[in-house]
Design a protein around this ligand. Structure first.
Ligand code: EPZ
Length: 420
Protein backbone atom coordinates (compact mmCIF):
# COMPACT_ATOMS: atom_id res chain seq x y z
CA UNK A 1 0.00 0.00 0.00
CA UNK A 2 1.32 3.47 -0.91
CA UNK A 3 2.18 6.12 1.64
CA UNK A 4 2.54 9.88 1.24
CA UNK A 5 5.39 11.60 3.10
CA UNK A 6 5.16 15.35 3.74
CA UNK A 7 7.63 17.81 5.29
CA UNK A 8 5.35 20.56 6.57
CA UNK A 9 5.81 24.32 6.87
CA UNK A 10 6.11 25.31 3.19
CA UNK A 11 4.11 28.26 1.91
CA UNK A 12 2.35 27.11 -1.30
CA UNK A 13 2.24 29.35 -4.35
CA UNK A 14 1.75 29.05 -8.09
CA UNK A 15 -0.92 27.67 -10.40
CA UNK A 16 -2.81 24.39 -10.30
CA UNK A 17 -5.34 22.97 -12.81
CA UNK A 18 -8.39 21.18 -11.46
CA UNK A 19 -9.44 17.83 -12.95
CA UNK A 20 -12.91 16.76 -14.02
CA UNK A 21 -15.47 16.05 -11.31
CA UNK A 22 -15.61 12.48 -9.99
CA UNK A 23 -19.19 12.97 -8.80
CA UNK A 24 -20.30 14.28 -12.19
CA UNK A 25 -18.42 11.68 -14.22
CA UNK A 26 -19.89 8.68 -12.37
CA UNK A 27 -23.59 9.29 -13.15
CA UNK A 28 -22.78 10.58 -16.66
CA UNK A 29 -20.79 7.44 -17.49
CA UNK A 30 -23.70 5.35 -16.12
CA UNK A 31 -26.12 7.26 -18.38
CA UNK A 32 -24.36 5.79 -21.42
CA UNK A 33 -26.40 2.61 -20.73
CA UNK A 34 -29.52 4.53 -21.81
CA UNK A 35 -28.45 4.66 -25.46
CA UNK A 36 -27.24 2.05 -27.95
CA UNK A 37 -24.62 4.24 -29.54
CA UNK A 38 -21.13 5.49 -28.77
CA UNK A 39 -20.81 8.26 -26.16
CA UNK A 40 -17.58 10.24 -25.84
CA UNK A 41 -16.65 11.89 -22.55
CA UNK A 42 -13.68 14.27 -22.19
CA UNK A 43 -12.02 15.79 -19.08
CA UNK A 44 -12.70 12.52 -17.24
CA UNK A 45 -10.46 12.32 -14.14
CA UNK A 46 -8.02 9.41 -13.79
CA UNK A 47 -9.31 7.96 -10.49
CA UNK A 48 -9.87 4.58 -8.88
CA UNK A 49 -13.61 5.21 -8.82
CA UNK A 50 -13.63 5.91 -12.57
CA UNK A 51 -11.74 2.65 -13.14
CA UNK A 52 -14.42 0.90 -11.07
CA UNK A 53 -17.35 2.22 -13.10
CA UNK A 54 -15.49 1.41 -16.35
CA UNK A 55 -14.98 -2.15 -15.07
CA UNK A 56 -18.69 -2.34 -14.27
CA UNK A 57 -19.78 -1.01 -17.67
CA UNK A 58 -17.54 -3.59 -19.36
CA UNK A 59 -19.07 -6.30 -17.15
CA UNK A 60 -22.52 -5.23 -18.37
CA UNK A 61 -21.38 -5.71 -21.97
CA UNK A 62 -20.39 -2.19 -22.99
CA UNK A 63 -17.20 -1.59 -24.94
CA UNK A 64 -15.19 1.10 -23.13
CA UNK A 65 -12.05 2.73 -24.53
CA UNK A 66 -9.99 4.99 -22.25
CA UNK A 67 -7.39 7.31 -23.82
CA UNK A 68 -6.01 9.72 -21.21
CA UNK A 69 -8.92 11.86 -20.01
CA UNK A 70 -11.17 10.77 -22.88
CA UNK A 71 -13.51 7.81 -22.37
CA UNK A 72 -15.61 6.32 -25.17
CA UNK A 73 -18.49 4.04 -24.23
CA UNK A 74 -20.27 1.89 -26.83
CA UNK A 75 -23.31 0.65 -24.92
CA UNK A 76 -24.97 -0.95 -27.96
CA UNK A 77 -24.06 -4.43 -26.68
CA UNK A 78 -25.15 -3.96 -23.06
CA UNK A 79 -27.07 -7.13 -22.21
CA UNK A 80 -26.00 -8.17 -18.69
CA UNK A 81 -28.39 -6.87 -16.05
CA UNK A 82 -26.38 -7.80 -12.97
CA UNK A 83 -23.89 -5.60 -11.07
CA UNK A 84 -21.95 -8.07 -8.89
CA UNK A 85 -20.86 -7.62 -5.28
CA UNK A 86 -17.15 -7.89 -6.27
CA UNK A 87 -17.43 -4.60 -8.18
CA UNK A 88 -20.12 -2.77 -6.19
CA UNK A 89 -18.28 -3.28 -2.89
CA UNK A 90 -15.34 -1.30 -4.30
CA UNK A 91 -17.51 1.68 -5.11
CA UNK A 92 -21.01 2.18 -3.72
CA UNK A 93 -21.88 4.70 -6.46
CA UNK A 94 -22.20 1.61 -8.70
CA UNK A 95 -25.85 1.83 -7.61
CA UNK A 96 -26.10 4.44 -10.37
CA UNK A 97 -26.47 1.62 -12.95
CA UNK A 98 -29.67 0.37 -11.27
CA UNK A 99 -32.13 2.71 -12.97
CA UNK A 100 -30.41 2.87 -16.38
CA UNK A 101 -30.48 -0.96 -16.52
CA UNK A 102 -34.20 -1.11 -15.68
CA UNK A 103 -34.90 1.61 -18.25
CA UNK A 104 -32.79 -0.12 -20.92
CA UNK A 105 -33.23 -3.86 -20.25
CA UNK A 106 -36.42 -3.92 -18.16
CA UNK A 107 -34.59 -5.43 -15.20
CA UNK A 108 -31.56 -5.09 -12.93
CA UNK A 109 -29.91 -7.12 -10.18
CA UNK A 110 -27.51 -4.92 -8.26
CA UNK A 111 -25.57 -5.82 -5.14
CA UNK A 112 -26.61 -3.65 -2.22
CA UNK A 113 -23.78 -1.12 -1.80
CA UNK A 114 -23.74 -1.36 1.96
CA UNK A 115 -22.38 1.34 4.20
CA UNK A 116 -18.96 2.90 4.33
CA UNK A 117 -16.78 4.66 6.89
CA UNK A 118 -18.90 7.82 6.93
CA UNK A 119 -22.28 6.23 7.41
CA UNK A 120 -24.86 3.56 6.64
CA UNK A 121 -25.53 5.04 3.21
CA UNK A 122 -29.01 3.52 2.61
CA UNK A 123 -30.63 3.46 -0.85
CA UNK A 124 -34.28 3.39 0.22
CA UNK A 125 -35.03 6.66 -1.62
CA UNK A 126 -33.69 5.16 -4.86
CA UNK A 127 -35.93 2.09 -4.48
CA UNK A 128 -39.03 4.01 -3.37
CA UNK A 129 -38.66 6.31 -6.37
CA UNK A 130 -38.21 3.42 -8.78
CA UNK A 131 -41.35 1.76 -7.38
CA UNK A 132 -43.23 5.03 -7.93
CA UNK A 133 -42.31 4.66 -11.61
CA UNK A 134 -43.85 1.17 -11.72
CA UNK A 135 -40.90 -1.09 -11.02
CA UNK A 136 -41.23 -4.26 -8.94
CA UNK A 137 -38.51 -4.38 -6.29
CA UNK A 138 -37.33 -7.32 -4.19
CA UNK A 139 -34.26 -7.95 -2.06
CA UNK A 140 -32.48 -11.25 -1.59
CA UNK A 141 -29.00 -12.48 -0.69
CA UNK A 142 -27.63 -8.93 -0.50
CA UNK A 143 -28.94 -7.95 -3.92
CA UNK A 144 -31.77 -5.71 -5.04
CA UNK A 145 -33.86 -7.02 -7.95
CA UNK A 146 -35.82 -4.45 -9.93
CA UNK A 147 -37.99 -5.04 -13.00
CA UNK A 148 -40.47 -3.19 -15.17
CA UNK A 149 -41.63 -4.02 -18.68
CA UNK A 150 -41.92 -0.27 -19.21
CA UNK A 151 -41.44 2.42 -16.56
CA UNK A 152 -44.29 4.91 -16.19
CA UNK A 153 -44.04 8.55 -15.15
CA UNK A 154 -44.98 9.25 -11.55
CA UNK A 155 -44.53 11.57 -8.57
CA UNK A 156 -41.44 11.19 -6.36
CA UNK A 157 -40.64 13.10 -3.18
CA UNK A 158 -37.34 12.86 -1.29
CA UNK A 159 -37.50 12.98 2.53
CA UNK A 160 -34.09 14.65 2.32
CA UNK A 161 -32.33 15.64 -0.91
CA UNK A 162 -30.28 12.71 -2.22
CA UNK A 163 -27.64 13.40 -4.89
CA UNK A 164 -27.32 9.93 -6.43
CA UNK A 165 -30.98 9.23 -5.64
CA UNK A 166 -32.01 12.22 -7.76
CA UNK A 167 -29.52 11.21 -10.48
CA UNK A 168 -30.69 7.58 -10.56
CA UNK A 169 -34.33 8.57 -10.87
CA UNK A 170 -33.64 11.21 -13.53
CA UNK A 171 -32.21 8.39 -15.66
CA UNK A 172 -35.25 6.18 -15.00
CA UNK A 173 -37.73 8.98 -15.73
CA UNK A 174 -35.99 10.05 -18.95
CA UNK A 175 -37.25 6.92 -20.76
CA UNK A 176 -40.47 6.38 -18.78
CA UNK A 177 -43.91 6.66 -20.37
CA UNK A 178 -45.39 9.98 -19.25
CA UNK A 179 -44.43 12.76 -16.85
CA UNK A 180 -42.36 12.41 -13.67
CA UNK A 181 -42.24 15.07 -10.97
CA UNK A 182 -39.38 14.94 -8.47
CA UNK A 183 -39.88 16.98 -5.28
CA UNK A 184 -37.16 17.98 -2.79
CA UNK A 185 -34.61 16.98 -5.43
CA UNK A 186 -30.88 17.52 -4.86
CA UNK A 187 -29.59 20.75 -6.46
CA UNK A 188 -25.90 19.89 -6.68
CA UNK A 189 -24.01 20.96 -9.85
CA UNK A 190 -23.36 17.28 -10.57
CA UNK A 191 -27.14 16.70 -10.78
CA UNK A 192 -27.42 19.63 -13.20
CA UNK A 193 -24.49 18.29 -15.23
CA UNK A 194 -26.24 14.93 -15.61
CA UNK A 195 -29.55 16.57 -16.56
CA UNK A 196 -27.73 18.67 -19.17
CA UNK A 197 -26.19 15.52 -20.68
CA UNK A 198 -29.53 13.69 -20.68
CA UNK A 199 -31.19 16.67 -22.41
CA UNK A 200 -28.39 16.66 -25.02
CA UNK A 201 -29.27 12.97 -25.54
CA UNK A 202 -32.88 13.99 -26.23
CA UNK A 203 -34.44 13.88 -22.77
CA UNK A 204 -36.96 16.51 -21.70
CA UNK A 205 -35.91 17.60 -18.20
CA UNK A 206 -36.72 20.98 -16.66
CA UNK A 207 -35.93 22.36 -13.22
CA UNK A 208 -32.59 20.62 -12.61
CA UNK A 209 -30.70 22.63 -10.01
CA UNK A 210 -33.92 23.43 -8.17
CA UNK A 211 -35.86 21.23 -5.71
CA UNK A 212 -38.64 20.68 -8.27
CA UNK A 213 -37.70 18.74 -11.41
CA UNK A 214 -40.13 17.69 -14.18
CA UNK A 215 -39.27 14.99 -16.72
CA UNK A 216 -41.34 14.25 -19.83
CA UNK A 217 -40.35 10.73 -20.85
CA UNK A 218 -39.18 10.11 -24.42
CA UNK A 219 -38.97 6.94 -26.51
CA UNK A 220 -35.19 6.83 -26.93
CA UNK A 221 -31.99 8.74 -26.27
CA UNK A 222 -29.12 9.48 -28.67
CA UNK A 223 -25.40 9.14 -27.90
CA UNK A 224 -23.47 12.33 -27.10
CA UNK A 225 -20.00 13.80 -26.86
CA UNK A 226 -19.55 15.93 -23.72
CA UNK A 227 -16.91 17.31 -21.36
CA UNK A 228 -17.08 16.66 -17.60
CA UNK A 229 -17.45 19.74 -15.38
CA UNK A 230 -14.58 20.65 -13.01
CA UNK A 231 -14.38 19.07 -9.56
CA UNK A 232 -15.59 21.65 -7.02
CA UNK A 233 -14.33 19.59 -4.08
CA UNK A 234 -10.82 19.26 -5.48
CA UNK A 235 -10.92 23.03 -6.12
CA UNK A 236 -12.03 23.65 -2.53
CA UNK A 237 -9.26 21.43 -1.21
CA UNK A 238 -6.63 23.58 -2.96
CA UNK A 239 -8.37 26.77 -1.80
CA UNK A 240 -8.06 25.58 1.80
CA UNK A 241 -4.40 24.65 1.17
CA UNK A 242 -3.68 28.26 0.14
CA UNK A 243 -5.37 29.65 3.25
CA UNK A 244 -3.74 27.05 5.49
CA UNK A 245 -0.13 27.71 4.38
CA UNK A 246 -0.46 31.50 4.03
CA UNK A 247 0.14 30.91 0.35
CA UNK A 248 -1.00 32.40 -2.95
CA UNK A 249 -2.51 29.83 -5.33
CA UNK A 250 -4.21 30.41 -8.67
CA UNK A 251 -6.66 27.57 -9.31
CA UNK A 252 -7.55 27.06 -12.97
CA UNK A 253 -10.41 25.18 -14.68
CA UNK A 254 -13.02 25.88 -12.02
CA UNK A 255 -16.66 26.99 -12.12
CA UNK A 256 -16.72 29.81 -9.52
CA UNK A 257 -20.52 29.60 -9.52
CA UNK A 258 -20.21 26.10 -8.00
CA UNK A 259 -17.96 27.42 -5.22
CA UNK A 260 -20.06 30.24 -3.74
CA UNK A 261 -20.74 28.55 -0.38
CA UNK A 262 -17.08 27.62 -0.01
CA UNK A 263 -15.75 31.02 -1.14
CA UNK A 264 -18.06 32.83 1.28
CA UNK A 265 -16.96 30.70 4.23
CA UNK A 266 -13.26 30.88 3.34
CA UNK A 267 -13.43 34.67 2.97
CA UNK A 268 -14.80 34.85 6.54
CA UNK A 269 -11.49 33.33 7.74
CA UNK A 270 -9.63 36.30 6.25
CA UNK A 271 -8.45 34.69 3.02
CA UNK A 272 -8.42 36.98 -0.04
CA UNK A 273 -10.30 35.33 -2.92
CA UNK A 274 -10.56 36.67 -6.48
CA UNK A 275 -12.75 34.78 -8.97
CA UNK A 276 -12.34 35.70 -12.64
CA UNK A 277 -13.67 33.55 -15.50
CA UNK A 278 -12.70 29.95 -14.82
CA UNK A 279 -10.01 30.86 -12.32
CA UNK A 280 -9.99 31.48 -8.58
CA UNK A 281 -6.98 33.02 -6.84
CA UNK A 282 -6.66 32.48 -3.08
CA UNK A 283 -4.22 34.31 -0.81
CA UNK A 284 -3.93 33.05 2.74
CA UNK A 285 -4.49 35.44 5.67
CA UNK A 286 -1.72 36.25 8.12
CA UNK A 287 -3.99 35.24 10.99
CA UNK A 288 -6.71 32.67 10.21
CA UNK A 289 -10.00 33.71 11.83
CA UNK A 290 -12.08 30.97 13.49
CA UNK A 291 -15.55 30.63 11.96
CA UNK A 292 -18.45 28.25 12.54
CA UNK A 293 -19.60 26.03 9.69
CA UNK A 294 -22.55 23.71 9.15
CA UNK A 295 -22.65 21.28 6.22
CA UNK A 296 -25.83 21.46 4.15
CA UNK A 297 -27.17 20.27 0.80
CA UNK A 298 -26.09 22.47 -2.13
CA UNK A 299 -25.85 25.47 -2.30
CA UNK A 300 -24.87 25.21 1.38
CA UNK A 301 -21.35 24.37 2.55
CA UNK A 302 -20.56 20.88 1.17
CA UNK A 303 -20.12 17.92 3.52
CA UNK A 304 -17.27 16.77 1.24
CA UNK A 305 -15.30 19.83 2.38
CA UNK A 306 -15.96 19.45 6.13
CA UNK A 307 -12.78 17.51 6.97
CA UNK A 308 -10.57 19.84 4.94
CA UNK A 309 -12.07 22.94 6.57
CA UNK A 310 -11.59 21.41 10.01
CA UNK A 311 -7.83 21.35 9.41
CA UNK A 312 -7.91 25.07 8.67
CA UNK A 313 -9.87 25.73 11.86
CA UNK A 314 -7.45 23.58 13.88
CA UNK A 315 -4.73 26.23 13.37
CA UNK A 316 -7.07 29.26 13.42
CA UNK A 317 -7.04 31.98 16.09
CA UNK A 318 -10.03 30.98 18.23
CA UNK A 319 -12.98 28.60 18.63
CA UNK A 320 -14.93 27.10 15.71
CA UNK A 321 -18.04 24.91 15.84
CA UNK A 322 -18.27 22.49 12.91
CA UNK A 323 -21.63 20.75 12.48
CA UNK A 324 -22.09 17.79 10.12
CA UNK A 325 -25.75 17.46 9.12
CA UNK A 326 -25.50 15.07 6.16
CA UNK A 327 -23.72 11.93 7.39
CA UNK A 328 -23.83 10.31 10.80
CA UNK A 329 -20.16 9.36 11.10
CA UNK A 330 -18.05 11.87 9.27
CA UNK A 331 -15.62 12.83 12.04
CA UNK A 332 -13.24 9.87 11.63
CA UNK A 333 -10.43 12.25 10.72
CA UNK A 334 -10.71 13.94 14.17
CA UNK A 335 -8.77 11.27 16.06
CA UNK A 336 -5.90 11.43 13.58
CA UNK A 337 -5.84 15.25 13.65
CA UNK A 338 -5.72 15.12 17.45
CA UNK A 339 -2.66 12.88 17.21
CA UNK A 340 -1.08 15.76 15.29
CA UNK A 341 -1.87 18.15 18.13
CA UNK A 342 -5.29 19.49 17.11
CA UNK A 343 -7.63 20.45 19.96
CA UNK A 344 -11.06 19.10 18.94
CA UNK A 345 -14.00 18.00 21.07
CA UNK A 346 -16.86 16.08 19.51
CA UNK A 347 -20.38 16.32 20.83
CA UNK A 348 -22.98 14.49 18.71
CA UNK A 349 -22.83 15.81 15.16
CA UNK A 350 -20.77 18.84 16.17
CA UNK A 351 -17.06 19.30 16.75
CA UNK A 352 -15.65 22.22 18.74
CA UNK A 353 -12.25 23.14 17.34
CA UNK A 354 -9.91 25.29 19.44
CA UNK A 355 -7.17 26.66 17.20
CA UNK A 356 -3.60 25.78 18.23
CA UNK A 357 -0.37 27.59 17.21
CA UNK A 358 0.80 24.62 15.16
CA UNK A 359 0.26 20.94 14.40
CA UNK A 360 3.07 18.41 14.64
CA UNK A 361 3.84 15.87 11.97
CA UNK A 362 3.04 12.21 12.72
CA UNK A 363 2.30 8.89 11.03
CA UNK A 364 -1.48 8.87 10.37
CA UNK A 365 -4.02 6.55 8.80
CA UNK A 366 -6.48 7.54 6.09
CA UNK A 367 -10.00 6.15 6.59
CA UNK A 368 -12.10 7.59 3.76
CA UNK A 369 -11.64 9.81 0.75
CA UNK A 370 -12.08 13.27 2.22
CA UNK A 371 -10.54 12.38 5.58
CA UNK A 372 -7.37 11.36 3.73
CA UNK A 373 -7.34 14.73 1.94
CA UNK A 374 -7.58 16.46 5.32
CA UNK A 375 -4.57 14.49 6.63
CA UNK A 376 -2.49 15.60 3.63
CA UNK A 377 -3.53 19.21 4.30
CA UNK A 378 -2.58 18.81 7.96
CA UNK A 379 0.82 17.45 6.93
CA UNK A 380 1.40 20.49 4.69
CA UNK A 381 1.11 22.84 7.66
CA UNK A 382 2.44 20.63 10.49
CA UNK A 383 5.95 20.96 11.90
CA UNK A 384 8.10 18.03 10.85
CA UNK A 385 7.25 14.90 8.92
CA UNK A 386 3.80 13.44 8.33
CA UNK A 387 3.28 10.01 6.83
CA UNK A 388 -0.22 9.35 5.48
CA UNK A 389 -0.91 5.63 5.16
CA UNK A 390 -3.60 3.85 3.08
CA UNK A 391 -3.62 6.54 0.40
CA UNK A 392 -5.69 4.31 -1.85
CA UNK A 393 -8.57 6.20 -0.24
CA UNK A 394 -7.12 9.40 -1.69
CA UNK A 395 -6.70 7.88 -5.14
CA UNK A 396 -10.45 7.26 -5.31
CA UNK A 397 -11.15 10.98 -5.68
CA UNK A 398 -7.99 13.02 -6.26
CA UNK A 399 -5.94 12.85 -9.45
CA UNK A 400 -2.16 13.15 -8.91
CA UNK A 401 -2.68 15.11 -5.68
CA UNK A 402 0.92 14.87 -4.48
CA UNK A 403 2.24 16.00 -7.90
CA UNK A 404 -0.06 19.01 -7.89
CA UNK A 405 1.01 20.00 -4.37
CA UNK A 406 4.71 19.49 -5.23
CA UNK A 407 4.31 21.87 -8.19
CA UNK A 408 3.03 24.44 -5.69
CA UNK A 409 6.17 24.12 -3.58
CA UNK A 410 5.21 21.42 -1.09
CA UNK A 411 7.77 18.91 0.12
CA UNK A 412 5.67 15.82 -0.61
CA UNK A 413 6.28 12.44 -2.18
CA UNK A 414 4.57 9.09 -2.62
CA UNK A 415 6.35 5.93 -1.44
CA UNK A 416 5.11 2.69 -2.92
CA UNK A 417 5.44 0.03 -0.29
CA UNK A 418 6.30 -3.41 -1.72
CA UNK A 419 3.44 -5.80 -1.20
CA UNK A 420 4.28 -7.56 2.11
C1 EPZ B 1 -23.24 11.90 -2.96
O1 EPZ B 1 -23.41 10.72 -2.19
C2 EPZ B 1 -21.73 12.02 -3.19
N1 EPZ B 1 -21.25 10.87 -3.96
C3 EPZ B 1 -21.01 12.12 -1.84
O2 EPZ B 1 -19.62 12.32 -2.12
C4 EPZ B 1 -21.55 13.33 -1.10
O3 EPZ B 1 -20.94 13.39 0.18
C5 EPZ B 1 -23.07 13.19 -0.94
O4 EPZ B 1 -23.69 13.05 -2.23
C6 EPZ B 1 -23.69 14.41 -0.27
O5 EPZ B 1 -23.40 15.55 -1.01
C7 EPZ B 1 -21.46 10.84 -5.30
O6 EPZ B 1 -22.05 11.73 -5.87
C8 EPZ B 1 -20.92 9.64 -6.02
P1 EPZ B 1 -26.95 11.43 -0.61
P2 EPZ B 1 -24.90 10.11 -2.01
O7 EPZ B 1 -27.84 10.38 -1.18
O8 EPZ B 1 -25.72 10.41 -3.19
C9 EPZ B 1 -29.43 9.86 3.12
C10 EPZ B 1 -17.33 11.93 -1.94
O9 EPZ B 1 -16.56 12.14 -0.99
N2 EPZ B 1 -30.03 8.90 2.17
O10 EPZ B 1 -27.06 12.82 -1.15
O11 EPZ B 1 -24.75 8.69 -1.58
C11 EPZ B 1 -27.94 9.62 3.33
O12 EPZ B 1 -27.72 8.67 4.34
C12 EPZ B 1 -18.68 11.33 -1.68
O13 EPZ B 1 -17.10 12.24 -3.14
C13 EPZ B 1 -31.03 8.04 2.62
O14 EPZ B 1 -31.40 8.06 3.81
O15 EPZ B 1 -25.44 10.95 -0.78
C14 EPZ B 1 -27.45 10.99 3.73
O16 EPZ B 1 -27.71 11.20 5.09
C15 EPZ B 1 -18.86 10.94 -0.22
N3 EPZ B 1 -31.60 7.17 1.74
C16 EPZ B 1 -28.33 11.94 2.91
O17 EPZ B 1 -29.48 11.16 2.53
C17 EPZ B 1 -31.21 7.13 0.42
O18 EPZ B 1 -31.78 6.33 -0.36
C18 EPZ B 1 -27.69 12.50 1.66
O19 EPZ B 1 -27.10 11.42 0.98
C19 EPZ B 1 -30.18 7.99 -0.02
C20 EPZ B 1 -29.62 8.88 0.87
Amino acid sequence: MDRIIIEGGRRLSGTVTISGSKNAALPILASSILTDGVCTYTNVPDLRDIKSIVELLRHLGAKVDCQGSTVRVDASSVSVHEAPYEIVRKMRASILVLCPLVARLGRARVSLPGGCAIGERPIDFHLKGLQALGATISMEHGYVNASARKLKGGDIYFDVPSVTGTENLLMAAALADGVTRIGNAACEPEVVALADVLNLMGAKITGAGTPEIVVHGVKSLEPVSVSIIPDRIEAGTFMVAAALTGGDITIENVEPGHLKGQIDKLAQTGAIIEATGNTVRVKGPGIIKSVDVKTLPYPGFPTDMQAQFMVLMSVASGLSMITETIFENRFIHVSELKRMGADITISGNSAMVAGVPSLSGAPVMASDLRASASLVLAGLVAEGTTEVNRVYHLDRGYEKMEEKFRQLGASICRVSQPKS
